[in-house]
Design a binder for this molecule. Structure first.
Ligand code: NAD
Length: 492
């Protein structure tokens, strides 16, 4: 048996070792070191967490919003204070560089800041005299217990797309982090405790598919927020909504970017190299395909090859490293298989990153950047989310043709254009079938006060993560129509 530390769940304000759980090793993807063992909690443990959250709900929803957010202000300062420590944990369990981890935590904190505005964000509406002597009021009330289910690629940020809004609006919640990267939330729960949230308001349950399904089936879970791959997002959306819950399920992506001949090529190449290879391509807003238009084919292709080839791959905690490993050996194998498939389908390996050698870290899941030129429209590699450091190139003669290619994919998470033409940019913004649009931007990640707007196979639901969408998702509207008689005359 491994000697690694066994992680616990955080339920009703206390740490508990789940009963009858099996354990999975949590492995540093750069060093292969076993960092901990994570419990796969059975449904009885989920039941305990839901019961704690349900019990806490009645008291928490009655706490004035102004008082609820005092805990969030405190949490914000604690997260700031522990930024380096949390970022280090993210790099150790996920593999991204320390700088990328800090960027992630900054985005998490922005959501806490946004949710501190809940007293005004959840205000209702009031109309006086909708008929003579009758007024109508709309108020927002919390829905109850919310489940927050996160993927491995942003272990610090993604739970915060939901958690601050859920609790600020008066709900209680259960966070279920990815079983591959559970350490960041483990530490965050210490800070939650320090921030003084009443027991049962924020709970943590570790596990994988069975644990998620227990949350989706539990009658006292009223709202489910999910982020992960499209097949699982589809499953979560179908199962939770069949069980009568409100659901927001964000899925995978295959983001395409158009490069026009009039783009500032030096900036474009630099920005797109970061977009494609940052986080080792394990980002739902990574550029996975570039479609060049006209002469951009020549200028862009050569320059992106050079930028990709010069990227320093290594352990994210070491100085100067620009790209870390992918999450697991299985993931590496899958990516290598997809590169092979792309070549078999007719793409040309302009840069082949399948063999990566990082001295001192031979056991890590490293790949170098790969560029596949001439990806064929309609090929499997064109439609498949690779989720690794692999950029596909395609070429079009006109902007219309390029937009047609962008819109022929199944996903709709992000689409970008690089150009100096306002007319081209406007046409693209109008016609692109994606919910997050970048214009001379490589990772069009919405700030906390905007919704994270995936479309098509990248999203199942109506209201997205973050901002006002989150406030609406975690509240139900109640409309009151009221009239008061003058008792002594029975007249208005
Ligand atoms: P994943 O779908 O494998 O896992 C996500 C969560 O679902 C985890 O908590 C996991 O335990 C759980 N899960 C896995 N299989 C399940 C099953 N069969 N039934 C129920 N629950 C299950 O995703 P991942 O590999 O952790 O993350 C990468 C994916 O997430 C990529 O597809 C990426 O594009 C996507 N992603 C999307 C966004 C977005 O905002 N759209 C953001 C980040 C990541």
């Amino acid at each position: 048996m491994s000697k690694a530390k066994r992680l616990r769940n955080y339920v009703n304000g206390a740490w508990r070792a789940p009963e009858d759980a099996t354990y999975l090793e949590v492995i540093n993807p750069a060093t292969a070191e076993v960092l901990a063992e994570v419990p796969l909690s059975p449904s009885a443990e989920v039941g305990k967490a839901v019961q704690a959250a349900q019990t806490a709900f009645d008291g928490w929803q009655r706490v004035p919003a102004e008082d609820r957010i005092q805990h969030l202000f405190k949490l914000k300062y604690l997260l700031d204070e522990h930024m380096d420590e949390l970022s280090r944990i993210i790099t150790e369990e996920n593999g991204k560089t320390f700088g990328e981890s800090k960027g992630e935590m900054k985005r998490a904190i922005e959501n806490v800041e946004m949710a501190c505005g809940i007293p005004s964000l959840m205000q209702g509406d009031f109309s006086e005299d909708i008929a003579s002597g009758i007024d109508e009021v709309m108020i927002r009330q919390p829905v109850g217990v919310a489940a927050i289910i996160a993927p491995f690629n942003f272990p610090g940020m993604i739970p915060f797309w939901f958690l601050p809004y859920a609790v600020a609006t008066g709900n209680t919640c259960i966070v279920k982090p990815s079983e591959r990267t559970p350490l960041t939330m483990q530490r965050v729960m210490d800070l939650v405790e320090e921030a003084g949230f009443p027991k049962g308001v924020i709970n943590l349950v570790n596990g994988a598919a069975d644990t998620v399904n227990a949350l989706l089936d539990h009658p006292d879970v009223k709202a489910v927020s999910f982020v992960g791959s499209t097949p699982v997002a589809r499953h979560v959306y179908a199962r939770a909504s069949a069980n009568g819950k409100r659901v927001q399920a964000q899925g995978g992506a295959k983001n395409a970017t158009i490069v026009m001949p009039d783009a500032d090529m030096e900036m474009t190449v630099r920005i797109l190299a970061d977009s494609a290879f940052g986080n080792a391509g394990q980002r739902c807003l990574a550029t996975a395909l570039v479609v060049t238009v006209g002469e951009a084919r020549e200028t862009f292709t050569q320059a992106i090859r050079e930028a990709a080839a010069s990227r320093k791959v290594g352990y994210g905690l070491e100085e100067g490293v620009q790209m870390g490993p992918v999450i697991t050996p299985q993931s590496k194998e899958r990516i290598v298989g997809l590169i092979e498939q792309g070549i078999a389908e007719g793409a040309n390996p302009l840069l082949d990153g399948r063999e990566a050698n990082v001295p001192g870290h031979e056991a890590g899941n490293f790949l170098n950047p790969t560029i596949l030129d001439n990806v064929q429209p309609g090929s499997a590699i064109f439609q498949t989310e690779i989720f690794g450091p692999v950029l596909g190139l395609m070429h079009a003669d006109t902007l219309d043709e390029a937009i047609g290619i962008v819109n022929s994919g199944n996903y709709g998470n992000m689409a970008c254009i690089f150009t100096s033409s306002g007319a081209a940019a406007r046409k693209f913004r109008y016609e692109a079938q994606a919910g997050n649009i970048g214009i001379n931007i490589g990772v069009a990640a919405p700030m906390a006060f905007f919704p994270f707007s995936g479309w098509r196979d990248s999203f199942f639901g109506t209201l997205h993560a973050q901002g006002k969408h989150a406030v609406e998702f975690y509240t139900q509207t109640k409309v009151v129509v009221e009239r008061w008689f003058k008792e002594w005359t029975r007249q208005f």
